[in-house]
Design a protein around this ligand. Sequence first.
Ligand SMILES: Cc1cc2nc3c(=O)[nH]c(=O)nc-3n(C[C@H](O)[C@H](O)[C@H](O)COP(=O)(O)OP(=O)(O)OC[C@H]3O[C@@H](n4cnc5c(N)ncnc54)[C@H](O)[C@@H]3O)c2cc1C
Length: 372
Amino acid sequence: MGAGPAGAAAAMTAASAGLRVALVDKRRFPRDKLCGGGLTGRAMGQYRAIFGREAPETPMVRRDCFHFHGFGADLGASPGAPPIHLIMRRDFDRHLVDCALRAGAQDFTGRDGSLDPASGTLSLGDTVLRAPLVIAADGVSSPVARHLFGAPYDRDRIGFALEIEHPEVDEDTPLRIDFGAAEWGYGWQFPKHCGTTIGVGGVLRRNPDMKAALARYVALLGADGGHKVKGQFLPFGDFRAQPGRGRVLLAGDAAGLVDPITGEGIAHALSSGALAAQAATQALGAGAPDSALDRYKQALDPIHRGLRQARMLRQILFRPALRPAFIRSFRNSRSLRGEYLRLMAGETEYGPLMRQMARRLPSFALRAIRGI
Ligand SMILES: Cc1cc2nc3c(=O)[nH]c(=O)nc-3n(C[C@H](O)[C@H](O)[C@H](O)COP(=O)(O)OP(=O)(O)OC[C@H]3O[C@@H](n4cnc5c(N)ncnc54)[C@H](O)[C@@H]3O)c2cc1C
């Protein structure tokens, strides 16, 4: 249920394994989804593994130079970095859905309905679907998570992001990331084939006026601000340790799988969707559908561990007392910047990055992250 990256990856994986799959979404595709549209190396790797193609058949811009800024300071550029691909989610998500349907999933997009998790019954107007297992990939405001747990997310911990789509772009517009453009968050300028996406996002309760943060950021970039502002919640590391209940598995944003530092969610959405489908396939194959949730939870362990480590690192990055040390480290250490870029490329994990930072930060920060 839900046909964004998590739902499409789940449908693709389950259909390829020979299961009967209904791909349900209340929206018909193509549809817009608020997003920077940055596909890191990690996301591209997941895409290749799940969809079996080298690159998505959608317009993309490839960039391999990042300009980093932090709390007003220029932290330097990183030419020759592992590339990031910039897409519009309208095109990308439609492509993923097309792939899943071609793999054999049945098309129930454009149909709104309600799920009874206890019986696995989904009512879609005149159609009623019954399934032994349901993968709920219905986004950050997941109606299914609300039904199961009383709320889709914790308001105290949730992130929030605002974006504008600026219609102009030129060759010289840099791909830029500004730590601290929002409190406990960052800003981004992503040049694409059809314009430039500019946004800010951070922990909601620390940003009572996110609109002002966006206006400041747009002004800092020298862009004109008269464009439509759109906003959406972002789980930002607030993941569900128990990713579902009974025979319902939550994937992607519905399970809170967004990196709390980079705001990246597409890679974990793809991978969790696929892992949920694999767990479902194994559980059904063993004649034990009730075992799917435990199998899935175990498979998510590495993602959960990375998100926990990122949450700890965020304390160092955004705590005002530690900022000067962070700025110094990031600006002066090419290898630290390189390690961060390798992290986004999916070539390393948070553990090694944290150990490298620990060598450079003052001893009180070191004590805070000792043992990781
Ligand atoms: C402003 C912003 C910028 C971001 N930038 C980036 C970025 O550059 N790179 C990156 O990796 N991540 C980024 N993210 C995060 C990324 O967008 C999400 O992590 C990702 O979309 C999660 O995918 P998903 O499939 O879990 O959910 P979604 O993509 O949200 O898909 C959920 C689907 O469920 C459907 N749905 C909802 N309710 C129902 C219902 N009742 N019945 C049926 N279907 C339903 C929706 O229509 C939707 O199609 C950004 C997020 C925001 C808010």
